[in-house]
Design a protein around this ligand. Structure first.
Ligand code: BEZ
Length: 254
């Protein structure tokens, strides 16, 4: 389980929730609706959804994220819950999720829990990393580690970045109807001169679980230099994000 630095997450990586605001346009929250935010992080988007008059519950697997969310937004209920094994006493009009689902390896379990959490006719709106997401960065890390002959120390599974077809099949297998899908590149500027190194430390730490601190520092510095010609431009670091955004509905008669 990743231990998140929630202050760094909010200060240096605020683009995560900034881009998520656009996804709320797909959710179109209505006054009085009951909405669940799966992977709510520090709660910013849950709070924005609540601003539309919806009644929002946030959940996240990280106790640090939920502690920060509760501290910041004391008028919203937040729970520490695993997206692959959760239930609520109540059912929701909509489930929302931004930049979370790619962390999950047990996809059918997560999709089943989300489906069960929805009322018949309820909608599921999400964005996650899509096929080829941050390919340049993942390739650079693997290349540098391979150069040291240490590929065997890499974790077996990384993130899950599906194509539209792959994810639509998972949703349809559960019984969802896919209403809309958008797959698009979103080159993302990272904050500060150490933007790439900070991003790697925040989001790619699991690559380095089997390396000691000195090895990790050495690999990080070499990855940054490897990426400089392609991912650094005019004083700004960029990550090659690719997004998969979808809206799916639970059939009204289910
Ligand atoms: C993403 O939002 O696409 C993402 C974030 C951190 C690590 C990997 C992917």
């Amino acid at each position: 389980m990743i231990k998140w630095d929630t202050n760094l997450y909010d200060s240096k990586h605020s683009f995560v929730s900034k881009y998520g605001e656009d996804l709320i346009g797909w959710l179109t929250p209505q006054q009085g609706e009951h909405i669940l935010d799966v992977g709510c992080g520090t709660g910013q988007l849950a709070s924005e959804i609540q601003g539309y008059g919806a009644d929002v519950i946030g959940m996240d697997a990280s106790p640090e994220m939920i502690a920060k969310a509760r501290e910041t937004y004391n008028d919203i209920e937040f729970f520490v819950k695993d997206a692959t094994d959760f239930s609520f006493d109540t059912r929701f009009d909509a489930v929302f999720s931004n930049a979370t689902l790619h962390w999950i390896s047990k996809q059918p379990e997560a999709i089943r829990c989300i489906y069960e959490a929805l009322k018949p006719g309820g909608r599921f709106v999400f964005e996650m990393g899509g096929k080829q997401n941050i390919k340049s960065i993942a390739d650079a890390v693997k290349k540098v580690i391979a150069d040291d002959g240490l590929t065997s120390l890499l974790p077996e599974t990384f993130w899950f970045f599906p194509s539209v077809a792959e994810y639509a099949a998972l949703l349809e297998n559960q019984g969802f109807t896919v209403d809309s899908a958008l797959y698009f590149a979103r080159e993302t500027a990272l904050t500060g001169d150490d933007g790439m190194k900070d991003w790697l430390k925040m989001f790619a730490s699991f690559f380095f679980k089997k390396f000691n601190a000195a090895q990790t520092e050495n690999i990080l510095n070499r990855v940054v230099e490897y990426l400089r010609p392609t991912n650094y431009n005019n004083g700004t670091w960029y990550a090659d994000y690719v997004r998969l955004r979808m809206k799916a509905t639970k059939p009204p008669t289910s």
